[in-house]
Write a protein that binds this ligand. Structure first.
Ligand SMILES: Nc1ncnc2c1ncn2[C@@H]1O[C@H](COP(=O)(O)OP(=O)(O)OP(=O)(O)O)[C@@H](O)[C@H]1O
Ligand SMILES: [Mg+2]
Length: 252
């Protein structure tokens, strides 16, 4: 069974950045195979990892729905869809990436979705780690992870509004049939010393702060130069903060 690490939090707080830094940490520490899943319809995990994404699961679904009879002879629809998913996996030496892409349009997608979900589920079991970069909402997380998450990082910026969004997500979790083993708050662009007002709000949520990622100017520089965050220097402040977080909360 793979160890599933996922991220949630309101829009723009740093989920994809933290996910990329976690991928950097796992691949650099040679901990075993990793499947990165970009589960955001406005996908950009590929970009932060410096990859071109030729095909997404959403594209496969649309191609099939446009021409359900277009299955090559000798194949059934399950083999055909599974083959397309395999072709959509971007394989890198230290990890693989799969991009979910846009959500379905109009029409009955249940059968295709079931085949695609079952196959991505089966696939994920071949990896030691699965890192899922989620969209801001939580609705699809249980579907993307077959209902189980080992570590859910709730990412917030350094604001009470960000924390309140986390509180709503936390409250929502129970109704989502999502089995989360460990939950922790990650403060993105946080100062070394958090204010009393912020800490009071955290206390009310009742979850631990597992990491504070400082405002790191090299992240902006890498974004502007379209460079992969996997190439950040070992001494970057954000890299060091994720190292500290993962050493404690995701030991080998
Ligand atoms: N610790 C940080 N220091 C400096 N810049 C940061 C930091 N964290 C995130 N950023 C920048 O903030 C922007 C938003 O980050 P990111 O895309 O990771 O957020 P997100 O939560 O994934 O957004 P969305 O909800 O749109 O998916 C990016 O330009 C990123 O480079
Ligand atoms: Mg994102």
């Amino acid at each position: 069974m793979s160890k599933i690490i996922a991220f949630a939090g309101k829009g723009g707080v740093g989920k994809t950045t933290v996910a990329s830094l976690v991928i950097r940490y796992i691949t650099n520490s040679n901990r075993g195979s990793l499947l990165a899943v970009d589960a955001d319809p406005n996908s950009n995990l590929g970009e932060t990892l410096g990859l071109d994404v030729p095909s997404t699961i959403g594209d496969i679904r649309e191609t099939y729905m446009k021409d359900p009879q277009g299955i090559p002879s000798g194949m059934d629809k399950i083999n055909y869809l599974e083959l397309l998913v395999e072709q959509a996996i971007i394989e890198k030496p230290k990890y693989d990436l799969i991009v979910m892409g846009r959500q379905e349009g109009q029409g009955c997608y249940c059968m295709v979705n079931n085949i695609l979900n079952n196959f991505t589920d089966k696939l994920s079991k071949h990896y030691k780690y699965m890192v899922v970069d989620n969209e801001a909402g939580m609705e699809h997380l249980s579907r993307r992870t077959s209902g189980k998450v080992d570590m859910l990082f709730l990412v917030t910026d350094y604001s009470l509004r960000g924390l309140r969004a986390l509180r709503r997500i936390h409250d929502m979790l129970e109704g989502l049939k999502l089995d989360v083993k460990e939950l922790g708050i990650v403060v993105s662009r946080g100062p070394e010393k958090l204010s009393d007002a912020f800490l009071k709000e955290v206390e009310e949520i009742g979850l631990p702060i597992v990491g504070i990622i400082p405002d790191d100017p090299s992240l902006l520089e890498f974004d502007m130069e379209r460079k992969s965050l996997l190439e950040l220097s070992d001494s970057s402040s954000s890299v060091l903060a994720i190292q500290k977080l993962m050493d404690v909360h995701c030991p080998v």
